[in-house]
Write a protein that binds this ligand. Sequence first.
Ligand SMILES: C[S@@+](CC[C@H](N)C(=O)[O-])C[C@H]1O[C@@H](n2cnc3c(N)ncnc32)[C@H](O)[C@@H]1O
Length: 319
Amino acid sequence: MSDEAAPGSVEIHHGDNLAVVAGFADASFTLIYLDPPFNTGRLQTKSIETARSRVTSPSESDAAASEAAESAVLAGAADATGLSSGTSASVPGDFRRGFHGREYERITGDLRAYDDRFDDYWGFLEPRLIEAWRLLADDGTLYVHLDYREAHYAKVLMDALFGRDKFLNELIWAYDYGAKTRKRWPTKHDTILVYVKDPARYWFDSDAVDREPYMAPGLVTPEKAERGKLPTDVWWHTIVPTTGREKTGYPTQKPEGILRRIVQASSRRGDRVLDFFAGSGTTGAVASALGRHAVLVDANPEAVAVMTARMPHAVVAGA
Ligand SMILES: C[S@@+](CC[C@H](N)C(=O)[O-])C[C@H]1O[C@@H](n2cnc3c(N)ncnc32)[C@H](O)[C@@H]1O
């Protein structure tokens, strides 16, 4: 195998991501992809309204197919690990004061007044996003994969936390799978928010991205139709097939096709890629195959077992 095709290294860490990444060096990753569990704070701090009870309510029956799995693993992760949700108290106050100070305090205050569940949600996510920002290289990019019920809160908060000028894209991953309600438009998309550490220096290589078929190939030249088109910010992509090479059995596993585009566009061969909600390790599998060096963190021992089986060349830190 030539060096050009050599897979990148994979390093797996087992533990609460906030504690694990505290030991990583500033600005040491070109790409960070985060896929936090839906509704984590509420699940861990409110015993009545758990993610599991929410998805079985009649008004949300359409979401059950895709989310039941997510809830199960969430409950599994929370139960198995006994993780605390993380608190804002652990966040260095300087970050908030230093970036957008009073504006940030005002926005978080308004959201808290609007929805008292906000504290739980943001209390978990905020310190982890602040760590991600610290770890991001000057030419780095942060992708945060969110549920449609959280995406808009998170967008406002991340704009305030990092600065609106750091916002690059809102990606919509659209799929078509599972039961569909007849009471509203069936919700079949996830949102991935993209922020760059420095708008003047971030790495983005659209030429490296797999192209997709034109919707109306007859309207373009045969050469263009043959080459395919550059994906836009709306990505139609199937969920992980229920059978086949890619499936690991981990309930919240994301498709390699989604991660491949992200890794191709926002990192180079030899760069370091971090995913600290790694789950089945999709980010690592894709990044390594593309010659990037992946660092993966998960608190769930089942995730670590799935990752090591999926990537036999991975090294488990401390093992
Ligand atoms: C939605 S899943 C990620 C799925 C992943 N993108 C994939 O393709 O398989 C979220 C993961 O975050 C992990 N997790 C939740 N809280 C955590 C924490 N505090 N520290 C580390 N991992 C955590 C869960 O165990 C779960 O595997």
